[in-house]
Write a protein that binds this ligand. Structure first.
Ligand SMILES: CC(C)(COP(=O)(O)OP(=O)(O)OC[C@H]1O[C@@H](n2cnc3c(N)ncnc32)[C@H](O)[C@@H]1OP(=O)(O)O)[C@@H](O)C(=O)NCCC(=O)NCCS
Length: 169
């Protein structure tokens, strides 16, 4: 943790090139269980999220460098819920940025979008992400056995959630 702050701003088309690099980072592929994506597929992925009404934001550090992205997706106002995602550029991991960015995004979800619940799924091998989510206040609500397949092996997936009433912001 280096004590600096993060800023969330709209994710712009100019940020797409960086995102394409991050999504093709070997760790990101292994931890999130994707396959490599072309630049065009990355653009299509973001456009699809925008069409879905997802809130897609870029994360900047104090020097206004682009260091990652975060989004609220599957926003269902009738149920007051959405799922959250985050990715930090490989060279900026381990500095506490993800924790700070998640707090800001959760604040937006509960205080501006008036959601009641924010949830996510993550794979058991992603200890860093699980540690981050627990520290942020998410609770493991379910463990889905052998739910994901990666590199010749099945892994459990964890369903985690936090309620507005539990959020101290
Ligand atoms: C998961 C990810 C967002 C974390 O970003 P980060 O900036 O490195 O995380 P932070 O530095 O804010 O760490 C937050 C907390 O995670 C926990 N944590 C970090 N590394 C950990 C590890 N190896 N094992 C367990 N917990 C860990 C700690 O509680 C840490 O808090 P601390 O700094 O006070 O110790 C980042 O590694 C990433 O983008 N990974 C690839 C994409 C991904 O996995 N996204 C999540 C998909 S579900």
């Amino acid at each position: 943790m280096n004590g600096s702050k993060v800023n969330l701003r709209a994710f712009e088309s100019e940020d797409m090139k960086e995102l394409h690099h991050w999504l093709n980072d070997a760790d990101s592929i292994a931890l999130v269980g994707r396959v490599p994506r072309t630049y065009e597929e990355t653009v299509h992925h973001v456009e699809k999220k925008r069409k879905n009404g997802d809130l897609v934001l870029a994360i900047e550090n104090e020097e206004l460098e682009l260091i990652g992205w975060t989004f609220l997706q599957n926003i269902e106002y009738e149920h007051g819920r959405a799922s959250i995602g985050i990715l930090i550029a490989p060279e900026y991991r381990g500095h506490g940025y993800a924790g700070m960015a998640m707090k800001k995004m959760i604040d937006i979800g509960f205080k501006q979008l008036r959601l009641n619940k924010i949830y996510l799924t993550t794979r058991g091998i992603n200890e860093r992400a699980i540690g981050l989510y627990q520290k942020t206040g998410f609770i493991i609500e379910g463990q889905l056995r052998n739910h994901a397949f990666s590199d010749g092996q099945y892994y459990d997936t964890y369903f985690m959630g936090i309620l507005a009433s539990e959020w101290k912001g």
